[in-house]
Write a protein that binds this ligand. Structure first.
Ligand SMILES: [Zn+2]
Length: 182
């Protein structure tokens, strides 16, 4: 398992490539080919690359540990995701746009969920491929907590290159609407 993280608010051209890729992925899952030139997946992956962060299991584990030590995350149970209300991809493709939009909105709300009264990033968003959405406010709270963490803890964490990259990622995405985890 690995974790693919991406800015929520992508530059316009990249966001367009992503939405073309997403709708084409649905079509291809329904049996239709991607006959676009260049291929939707290729243009999306190459354009989005500068706005992504990839972690393997141990890398994400190290970031989670560091965040926990610095008080940037909290542990909680998450609410379940909405059940897929369609029979199959064909049913989804044939469904009313309003019905599809309603499902997308419900799924997005589940992805973005936080626990009222808690500050920082819920750890469950960094424990599975969700898909999760870590919002800008959660990241800002986590970074505030980091500033308040003991200098010794920060110095120890910042001796590690992965942690420095992770901090940079948090600072960058805090002003880009946050990041997705899939
Ligand atoms: Zn396509």
């Amino acid at each position: 398992m690995s974790y693919d993280l991406e800015w929520v608010e992508l530059p316009e051209a990249v966001a367009e490539a992503r939405s073309r890729y997403e709708s084409c992925t649905t079509r291809t899952a329904g049996g239709l080919p991607c006959d676009h030139v260049p291929e939707c997946s290729k243009s999306y992956f190459s354009l989005a690359e500068p706005f992504q962060f990839h972690l393997n299991i141990s890398g994400m584990g190290a970031c989670r540990d560091g965040m926990r030590r610095a008080g940037m995350t909290y542990q909680a149970e998450h609410r379940p995701f909405p059940a897929w209300p369609f029979k199959d991809i064909k049913d989804w493709l044939a469904a009313d746009q309003a019905r599809r939009d309603a499902f997308d909105a419900a799924e997005r709300a589940a992805s973005a969920q936080t626990v009222p009264g808690k500050a920082g990033i819920p750890e469950f968003k960094l424990l599975s491929n969700g898909p999760w959405l870590v919002g800008a406010a959660e990241i800002a709270q986590a970074l505030d907590r980091y500033e308040e963490a003991p200098a010794g803890v920060r110095a120890e964490l910042e001796a590690d290159g992965l942690w420095r990259d992770w901090l940079e990622w948090l600072r960058e995405t805090a002003v880009r609407g946050g990041f997705t985890v899939s």
